[in-house]
Write a new protein. Structure first.
Lengths: 411, 156
């Protein structure tokens, strides 16, 4: 597989991203907060501008040309998302606002309808709050039990403990593909297999998976998978929920309104089939179309090539950061995506973030919406550098220099 | 302004010293008022303890918890500044500190009244950090509103 990798021309790629030419605090921007959101290639920006300038119209509004064209463009984007996840059918791709809405949709339309008192939901210790709080709320509402898969000191989910949590009452397992706080790539194939064996369904929070890994929902056999457009180099306000057809058929609508009905009278309304059933109201048309453009862009680079190059960056960053005295990497799993969370002895991440900002380096300092993870590792917060295929080893050097400078300020 | 100067303005030697060796960094077992201050954005989290006597004088102050250098130094210096003050004077000083950090223009009179605390004016150049510096003062405000009762304050 490695032999077939195309070498990435990173300098050329960087020219595709106007934001990367910006300065911050008087320094060329070093953007290492890609797990929060990714920068946009020119093609995505153009597509939005072009659509709004020259093609704009609402979808599903029938007979005139522009509306038909806009409808076709949105459905094309759906097809691209289907292919990106290797789903079987376009109708299994629901456009939502982002991963958070995707998970909430499943909690509401699937969870509220199908789960019964004393059923159990399993989540990982290292979930983002958005893959924990909706389930917590559902458990409270319906009298369900929430169970948590422990992690080891490297930040890896304990599969043996998971096996022991599974039982006849387990209805749903909800885990992240990749931990946003630690970078761990969770063994979701194994988790899905074991969950299905126990008769449970599985939702994968792919917010940090889809940007870095090849996703094949059919090979994984997951029941739901969601990701956010803005984390895969597309616009904000759009994301995808994949659901197996049989589930989408059985679920209740999420919201009610236009576009999701079959027929309406004052006595009775019948609902459209998926995906329309879950897409009430006018969607983020331009953003959906531009998400399709972002996926085209990723396909042009090749997800395999992206994976290979980002792993190189991860290795480089891990080696260089490990050599910094007083720096401890939090999350040292065998398999990680390209992000590194760390703490500096006696220096709070917020102070690290401020000094780094003064040197033009954008990182995330905080609890990363994963407070249970922070608690598990006994830190209030971490500094997180997350890398994309447009980052370079030179930028990692600048990060290291900035960390040394931070230590000097606080020495 | 160049970054070196800005950083030195923010992380002045006195601030770094209070961060390294926070004063009155302890729980008061016999506190008559306390409050909990949280900054959910970055995880600053402090508990403030006051021991106020019958005539309304703050006899003892202590704090514990964790957070960034700015929040910790601010808390440490506050404990020193309000000890021995009356409730009313402590509230006045709180108002001065908040004005120092959030006022559009700060008068020399305010700076003079802020006394040693005026070094926190440098935080103003870092708007996102103002909350760190004011967190403990917000907690003080809460704790003085109602003694003998636990108070919670959050910056968000």
């Amino acid at each position: 597989m490695i032999e077939s990798q195309k070498k990435m021309d990173v300098q050329k790629i960087r020219n595709d991203f106007p934001m990367l030419a910006q300065s911050m605090s008087g320094h060329p921007l070093v953007y290492l907060d890609n797990a929060a959101t990714t920068q946009k290639p020119q093609a995505v920006i153009y597509r939005i501008q072009d659509f709004l300038s020259n093609e704009y119209s609402n979808i599903h509004r029938g007979v005139y040309t522009f509306s038909q064209e806009a409808t076709r463009e949105v459905e094309d984007a759906r097809g691209k998302c289907r292919a990106f996840l290797n789903a079987a059918k376009n109708s299994e791709i629901i456009f939502v606002r982002g991963t958070t809405e995707g998970i909430n949709l499943v909690a509401t339309s699937f969870g509220r309808k199908l789960l019964k008192k004393d059923d159990e939901i399993i989540v990982g210790t290292t979930e983002h709050h958005s893959n924990l709080v909706p389930w917590q709320a559902l458990c409270l509402e319906k009298g369900l039990k929430l169970r948590v898969i422990p992690v080891n000191d490297r930040g890896e989910l304990d599969l043996e403990a998971f096996q022991n949590l599974l039982n006849a009452r387990t209805y749903l397992v909800a885990v992240a593909h990749v931990s946003n706080a630690l970078g761990t790539v969770n063994p979701i194939r194994e988790i899905i297999k074991r969950a299905h064996h126990a008769g449970a369904q599985v939702l994968i929070d792919g917010a940090q998976g889809a940007p870095h890994l090849v996703v094949d929902v059919q090979a994984l056999d997951c029941d739901f998978y969601c990701f956010s457009g803005h984390k895969v180099y597309g616009p904000t306000g759009v994301g995808v929920l994949y659901g197996k057809e049989k589930h989408l058929e059985a679920m209740d609508p999420y919201q009610f309104g236009g576009d999701m009905i079959e027929s309406v009278s004052f006595e009775k309304t019948t609902f459209a089939k998926p995906p329309a059933k879950f897409e009430a109201g006018t969607p983020a048309i331009a953003e959906i179309i531009a998400l399709g453009t972002a996926i085209d862009y990723l396909n042009k680079l090749g997800m395999q090539n992206i994976m290979y190059y980002e792993q190189e960056l991860l290795k480089d960053a891990t080696e260089k950061l490990s050599s910094v005295r007083g720096l401890k990497i939090i999350g040292t799993a065998e398999e990680k995506a390209s992000l590194v969370s760390f703490e500096l002895e006696n220096i709070h991440p917020h102070d690290v973030g401020t000094v780094l900002n003064e040197l033009g380096i954008a990182v995330r300092a905080g609890h990363h919406c994963a407070q249970p993870t922070m608690r598990r590792f006994g830190v209030p917060a971490t500094t997180r550098a997350s890398f994309a295929f447009y980052n370079t080893k030179e930028e990692i050097d600048l990060l290291i220099q900035a960390i040394l400078k931070t230590q000097k300020v606080f020495a | 302004m160049n970054q070196e100067v800005r950083l030195n303005d923010l992380y002045q030697e006195v601030i770094l010293d209070h961060n390294r060796r926070p004063r009155n960094f302890k729980k008061l077992e016999n506190a008559t008022a306390c409050a909990h201050g949280i900054n959910p954005l970055c995880g600053d989290d402090y508990r403030l303890f006051l021991n106020i006597d019958e005539s309304g004088i703050i006899k003892e102050v202590g704090f514990e918890g964790q957070g960034c250098a700015i929040s910790k130094a601010s808390a440490s210096m506050m404990t020193m500044a309000i000890r021995g003050k009356s409730r009313q004077d402590a509230v006045k000083l709180k108002d001065i500190f908040i004005e120092l950090l959030t006022g559009d223009t700060v008068s020399d009179a305010v700076r003079a009244q802020a006394d040693r605390l005026k070094i926190f004016e440098g935080v103003k150049q870092f708007p996102i950090r103002v909350k760190c510096a004011t967190l403990i003062w917000r907690a003080l405000e809460e704790s003085l509103k109602n003694s003998n009762e636990k108070r919670e304050v959050s910056t968000e």
